[in-house]
Ligand binder design. Structure first.
Ligand code: ADP
Ligand code: MG
Length: 563
């Protein structure tokens, strides 16, 4: 064995950097947090090549004195904790005093700062841990940090970086999170000269949500608030049609800090599960306020995991606030058709034809465009949900999910009527565990299901196997189908076979459709429109929501006060 020697400080910092600095996004997070801790009101973040080449963060916060600059880039030096007891009660985003030192150990860092009352500024440069002396520098009040060539001298780490656009997306995600939690501060994020986020200081949460999620979603988010002893909850939840399969738009903040705690996430899932389709996550912002001494944030170097003193109370509060609040949401029943949510009462309501809505007012009778017209009209996708294009006499806006659902339903119905549903056999049958009664209930309808293109078999006393699904519903997930079938069979116990068949067709058409928020390739869009144009009916979706809204030139003229 060789002798035991202490590690060189630069190596210590590089090792620490392994925990804090994963990628450009983590640098952006730390720098923005520092600016917010310094009381900044305006922050500007500029990235080049996804931040790999260059990251610049400017703020108008308190600044750092020339004497303190070497301390700012030294490890384990911070202005945020003075006494050991302070660690029990953290009110700032940073406190570990290692971010700048870690970043400087793995990049070329320039830190220029000027406190508000200082006559001039000063700067310090650190290149891969090599610190240069402090120099006077021209600077506006506040702080500017430039980080260049991240990991350039650490090829082993550099090779884990992704393409610039992916890295930019990670960085943007952090800026969005911090912007949601800090409405008092203004943010401007640019990548390669393009503005990715712009938000003015002093915005309320609704306006801030609009900046991050887009005005359409933000306008339909509902607010839920609750106070349970020391626990304060304030949540904003987006409508079911904006739900997505990934949890990227679920944001949980604890005392202003974005956290990703598995137990909190589970509580959120529990609270929303009846209001979004299975396997989906809503757009959700959850602010949890707790006295700082009831939380331990010093669990993880990136400070995204936490330990809660009264965990059970907090988690219980989250679940019940979301559940009871969402049950009263204005869109809880309205959008059921669009997403096929599994709430029992809602499904019952949906299956009574009288409750299907007539399309609302702006929907005017629309001359169906010819097939060739549908194929060539240039389309604009809005919020990955709506498609707009010019048609004869005005313009048309389509809902991609509603259109796809209607196309699926009509095409499948036609196949069923003709007794020629094309079935796609599954390479590997999908096995689903159910109860004995449920196996029997499904098998009793085996022939009816086969006519709809679903091949289902018993695979043991409490298991069914799905061997095939309708070929044209590429997006249908077989595991999901069994749950849906069981639910329909339960709800429609007394229904005629025709009614049952319609109900299953409806459900499959919906499940096999693109969701609002899914990105579609231009080809797929055009294909969908072409198929829609060939249908006997493509004005409303299977549940009566409009597929298309037509605005005539006259409508547009009215809107612009030209008439
Ligand atoms: P921490 O934030 O945990 O204290 P950092 O390494 O991120 O550790 O920063 C070290 C110190 O540098 C901070 O405690 C703060 O005093 C100072 N500092 C860093 N960034 C800024 C900034 N943008 N404005 C003012 N002070 C800053
Ligand atoms: Mg910090």
């Amino acid at each position: 064995m060789s002798r035991i020697l202490p590690l060189a400080p630069v190596v210590v910092d590089q090792i620490a950097a392994g925990e804090v600095v994963e990628r450009p996004g983590s640098v952006v997070k730390e720098l923005v947090e520092n600016a917010l801790d310094a009381g900044a009101r305006r922050l500007e973040i500029r990235l080049e090549e996804g931040g790999i080449r260059r990251i610049e963060v400017r703020d108008d916060g308190a600044g750092i004195t020339a004497e303190d600059l070497p301390w700012a880039v030294a490890a384990h030096a911070t202005s945020k904790l003075a006494r050991p007891e302070d660690l029990e009660c953290i009110a700032t985003l940073g406190f570990r005093g290692e971010a700048l030192a870690s970043i400087a150990a793995v990049s070329r860092l320039l830190l220029v700062s000027r406190p508000r009352d200082a006559a001039q500024g000063a700067g310090i440069r650190v290149e891969f841990g090599r610190v240069s002396p402090v120099e006077a520098a021209a600077a506006a009040p506040g702080t500017r940090v430039v980080v260049e060539d991240l990991f350039a001298e650490l090829p082993a780490r550099r090779k884990f970086l992704k393409q610039p656009h992916t890295e930019a997306a990670h960085a943007a995600a952090w800026v969005e999170r911090l912007a949601l939690a800090h409405g008092d501060a203004g943010f401007r994020l640019e990548h390669a000269g393009k503005v990715l986020l712009a938000a003015e200081p002093g915005e309320d949460l609704v306006t801030r949500c609009a900046a991050v999620f887009g005005p359409a979603v933000a306008g339909r988010m509902i607010a839920l608030a609750r106070r349970d002893g020391p626990v304060i909850l304030d949540a904003r939840v987006g409508p079911p049609e904006a739900a997505r399969r990934d949890s990227g738009r679920v944001h949980v903040f604890l005392n202003g800090r974005w956290v990703r705690d598995p137990r909190i996430v589970r509580a959120v899932r529990e609270g929303v599960k009846e209001f979004v389709p299975v396997g989906h996550w809503p757009v959700l912002v959850l602010m949890i306020g707790l006295p700082p001494d009831r939380v331990d944030v010093n669990v993880h170097p990136q400070k995204t995991e936490v330990r809660l003193r009264d965990e059970r109370v907090v988690l219980g509060s989250i679940i019940s606030t979301l559940r009871s609040g969402l049950a009263r949401a204005p869109w809880a029943t309205r959008s059921v058709g669009a997403v096929g949510s599994a709430g029992a009462g809602q499904v019952a309501e949906r299956s009574i034809p009288a409750t299907w809505r007539e399309p609302p007012a702006p929907l005017l009778p629309l001359a169906r465009p010819s097939v060739s017209e549908a194929a060539v009209g240039p389309l604009i996708s809005v919020a990955r949900t709506f498609l707009a294009r010019e048609v004869e006499g005005g313009m048309e806006i389509l809902d991609q999910h509603a259109l796809h659902e209607r196309v699926n339903l009509e095409e499948l119905r036609r196949e069923v009527r003709g007794g020629r549903v094309v079935m796609q056999p599954l390479l590997v049958p999908v096995l689903v565990e159910v109860t004995r009664e449920e196996v029997d209930a499904l098998l009793a309808r085996r022939d009816a299901l086969a006519r709809l293109g679903v091949d289902l078999e018993a695979f043991g006393p409490t298991t069914v196997a799905i061997r095939g699904v309708p070929a044209r519903l590429e997006r249908l997930r077989p595991e999901r189908l069994v749950d849906d079938l069981l639910e329909i069979v339960r709800e429609e116990r007394e229904a005629s076979p025709e009614r049952l068949q319609e109900e299953i067709l409806f459900r499959m058409a919906c499940r096999g459709a693109v969701m609002a928020g899914d990105r579609l390739e231009a080809d797929a869009l055009q294909g969908l429109l072409r198929r829609g144009a060939e249908l006997p009916q493509d004005r409303t979706c299977a549940h009566g929501r409009p597929v298309r809204v037509f605005l005539s030139v006259a409508d547009l003229e009215k809107a612009f006060h030209r008439r």
